[in-house]
Design a protein around this ligand. Structure first.
Ligand SMILES: [Zn+2]
Length: 201
């Protein structure tokens, strides 16, 4: 499977179409992502993993997600105080373009933006569950780890941990789809920082 910078194992965590179909950019009949879920003016029905990863959407008015660019600019500025605003803007636009044009589509309920950490967009690594946070916490308190991973302030994390978060591992998109509340887990590309975004129908 093709490697994506911002999305781990998309064949498992978002899935490909059930049958082979012609890719709208290379024309080959192969297993493709469902491009009808993408955003933008141009309509595509299928794109193969190779075409998506290699940037075939760059010259189309199509994007697969939306990056949290204002937060990204803030982080870049904080990390590079000597750069002027024009340079920060240029770097942020370039990273956002790469994210939005080469990342498989993440299926979610609400319209939140792709998170960033350490001056870059994060990589989606799976759906949150107690076993996953226990593994990520590496022996520390998994509940504290869960609380500290929220991208925005979450007041009800006790309730989320005790009553909402799955006790069982959620290993693929089909499993995640059985829940009305889903925790999307991301990892920084530049540190061990984990980000959680909670979403519900
Ligand atoms: Zn293709």
């Amino acid at each position: 499977m093709v490697i994506f910078k911002y999305f781990d194992k998309p064949e498992v965590f978002t899935g490909l179409k059930d049958t082979a179909s012609p890719c709208d950019t290379c024309g080959e009949v192969k297993m493709c992502f469902d491009a009808e879920l993408f955003y933008g003016w141009e309509e595509l029905s299928s794109i193969c993993p190779d075409c998506l990863a290699s940037g075939k959407l760059y010259d189309k008015n199509v994007f697969t997600c939306q990056g949290d660019i204002e937060e990204l600019k803030g982080q870049l500025k904080w990390m590079n105080p000597s750069l002027d605003n024009e340079e920060i803007h240029r770097v942020a636009i370039q990273k956002t373009f790469e994210l939005e044009k080469t990342t498989p589509h993440l299926i979610k309920w609400q319209d939140w933006n792709w998170p960033c950490a350490d001056g870059d967009y994060c990589k989606f690594i799976g759906y949150g569950s107690k076993p996953l946070y226990e593994e990520l916490a590496q022996g520390a308190s998994a509940k504290d780890f869960f609380r500290n991973s929220f991208y925005s302030i979450e007041e009800y994390f006790d309730h989320l941990w005790d009553g909402v978060l799955s006790d069982k591992r959620i290993s693929n998109f089909e499993d995640s789809n059985k829940f009305v509340s889903v925790f999307y887990v991301f990892r920084s590309l530049h540190s061990d920082r984990i980000i959680t975004i909670w979403d519900c129908s």
